[in-house]
Design a protein around this ligand. Sequence first.
Ligand SMILES: [Zn+2]
Length: 286
Amino acid sequence: MPELPEVEALAGYLRERAVGRCVDRIEVAAISALKTYDPAPSAVSGRTVVDAGRHGKFLDVIFDGGVHLVVHLARAGWLHYREAFPSGAPLRPGKGPIALRVRLDDGSGFDLTEAGTQKKLAAYLVTDPAQVPGVAKLGPDALGADLATFADRLRSRRGQVKGVLTDQSVLAGVGNAYSDEILHAAKLSPFALTDRLTDEQLATLHEATREVLGDAVRRSVGQRAAELKGEKRSGLKVHARTGLPCPVCGDTVREVSFADSSLQYCPNCQTGGKPLADRRLSRLVR
Ligand SMILES: [Zn+2]
C-alpha cells in the first residue's frame, strides 16, 4: 500500500511533469472508483494542472478554477504516467486494472490503476479537499508534526502503539509498512500501550518517525519515471522480511497477526528477545 513517501513521490512527479499542461479529458473505466458526481469528469476538460500535493496518503491533483482530483490508492492502487497512450479511443468500462485515465493536451497523461479483485481505490472530484471524508478527519501530517504535537496526538488515543500510529485521525501518512520500520528504529514493541510511553520513548519515536519517513521520501523522490511504476521500497529493515536477519542485530525478523493483516518486528531490538504472542493463532489453538 502506498504510504506517505510513495504518495509524496507521485505528487512530486506530477508537479514536474503535469503542471502547466491542460486536461484533454478524464475517462472513468471503473465507475465505482469515482465517489463524486459534481463536478463531473467532463467539467475538468480544458482546465490546466496547476499543482499536485498530498494529504496523508491521499494524492491531490489541482486544476485551475479550484477543482481537485483527490485519490486514495488503497492497497493495490498506483499511478502510471504515460508519455503517450496506445490509442485515442476512450476507455471502455470493464474489469481491467485501469480505474481512471487523465489525458493531457500533449498526448501524455496518467492512469490510476488497481491490481487484484478487491477494488478499493477511491477518486473524488471536489472543489475543496476537505469535502473528502477521509481527508476531513486526518490528523496532523506524520512528517511535519513537531514533538509536542506528536506526543499529544499519540497520547490522545489509548491503545497499542502500532494501531495508534497507523490511525490516520491521530497522525496522517503512516501505514502498515512504515509503522513496522518506525517501531523497529525506535526499538519499541508494536504492542506497547501509548498511555504508558515515557516522554523519552515518545521523543525517540518522534525522531524515528521523521528519520524513517524522511529517508523514504528522499529515496522515492529521487526516482525517475521509469522506476515510479509500483510499490517499490528499498531500505526496509523488518517489514515484509519475516525469517530474514535483522540488519541491525542479526536476530530473525518475526511476524505476528495484527488487525486484518500482520506486522513484522525484531524480537531482540524491540521486545527484549521475547516473541510476541499471536493472539489469532492462540485463539485457534485453544
Ligand atoms: Zn534487531
